[in-house]
Design a protein around this ligand. Sequence first.
Ligand code: ZN
Ligand code: MN
Length: 258
Amino acid sequence: MSDSVLISEMTWTDYGKRVEDGKTPVLLPVGALEQHGPHLPMNCDTLIPTAVCERVARETGVLVAPPLEYGYKSQPKSGGGNHFPGTTSLDGETLVLMTRDIIKEFARHGVRQMAVVVGHTENLMFTIEACDLALRELRAQGVHDLRIMHMGYWEFSSEETLRKVFPDGFPSWNLEHAGVMESSVMLHLHPELVQFDKVPLHPPADFPAYDVYPVEPERIPATGALSSGKTATAEKGKYMLDEYVESISAALREEFRL
Ligand code: ZN
Ligand code: MN
């Protein structure tokens, strides 16, 4: 039997045996294809939660589903906006229905514990809606015992970590788009994908309290980053990633009695 934690690398028979009693949780990373400034690849929001899930799976014995590599439309104040070349997004309805269908399929296999691990802020309400619709439809089919954890991985940074990584003050997770955290984690995971000589040096974006649609690109930093990742290091990235893995593993153990 393969010792991979990735469902996609398993045979159907090995996978079936792992999930048939409903005791093995399945993690679903939900990312995006979105510009991340001039220095980071566009798959950050997929790659980071998928790496977190794989490490969590090796610690806790859960399985990881293939990530969703497209997400909901990038928003100016959390992802720079949807007007950049490369940023490739789904309508909300598409993301809801894709995620709902995937959850229902895992339930059909026997899975009764799942975690949706979001890597892109804009996905959150749509993936929550998918959990709700899947649970409602499964209840109508007589399945009452599926439990789903739903999270954005970045929420697992402790206050202590934020003080350490951002000694001059933590801006906000929204302004961290392509900033210090994502740049650091990418330097740790995939230095070959980071063009650190191109890291933007501009101050954090200054947005009003409201949004205007259609989006006016001139209100958004032209680099696509919402703050500077210039203080990013691979060491900070390892520190933050390790905390995500440890804290999410602990949460899974607690909720699913692993
Ligand atoms: Zn991101
Ligand atoms: Mn994003």
